[in-house]
Design a protein around this ligand. Sequence first.
Ligand SMILES: N[C@@H](CCC(=O)N[C@@H](CS)C(=O)NCC(=O)O)C(=O)O
Length: 219
Amino acid sequence: MAQYKLVIGNKAYSSWSLRPWLLMKQAGLAFEEIRIPLYQDGHDTKIRKFTPAGRLPVLIDGAITVWDSLAICEYLAERHAGKKLWPDDAAARAHGRAISAEMHAGFTALRSKLSMNVRRVFPRAGVNAEVAADIARICTLWEDALQRYGGPFLLGSLSVADAMYAPVATRFKTYAVALPDGAQAYADRVLALPAMRDWYAAAAAETEMLPRYEQQDGA
Ligand SMILES: N[C@@H](CCC(=O)N[C@@H](CS)C(=O)NCC(=O)O)C(=O)O
């Protein structure tokens, strides 16, 4: 039996769920996946059986429950030091934490206008001035990190920071956002990860359709 249980939402729509899921898959950490489809059939009651916070994802490690995507990634990085989910170099680690926190707490225009939907393509829909400013900041941040640490991922090898930005790469694809070359190459690398391909395939097989995420101008 797997040590971990990871409770997630719909793969088509749940950007926060993707982050720890991708990190665990790419790191080879075995887990049992529990999927709770969002916004239907008493989803709130089902989620609250795992966490009083009422939000997914949730990680269960025996008697320990960790909720919130970034807290889960940090917990796993600490528990599996050998997996190098953060770099050894203190400066790179601090930088990675800063850009991860920036994602976790910010980019609200991008997150609200360009909802994640890995099953659809809505070219350039929802890109107003605030969203364009978020996109510009993300591209600068990605290209700076790639240059500073030499790629192919933000801090060199795949880390928590890439997991935190993976749903952004899916949004850029869904909304056909034109990116500078370096940012586009990075997004393509993330989308080509074996675990990302598995996530897209599983999302395509899901049957739920949530109108709030199926609109051209985002939710
Ligand atoms: N900051 C949280 C956000 C979690 C979140 O908002 N999750 C959404 C799904 S992507 C959710 O559980 N929504 C359920 C609801 O709103 O009832 C994290 O990083 O995990």
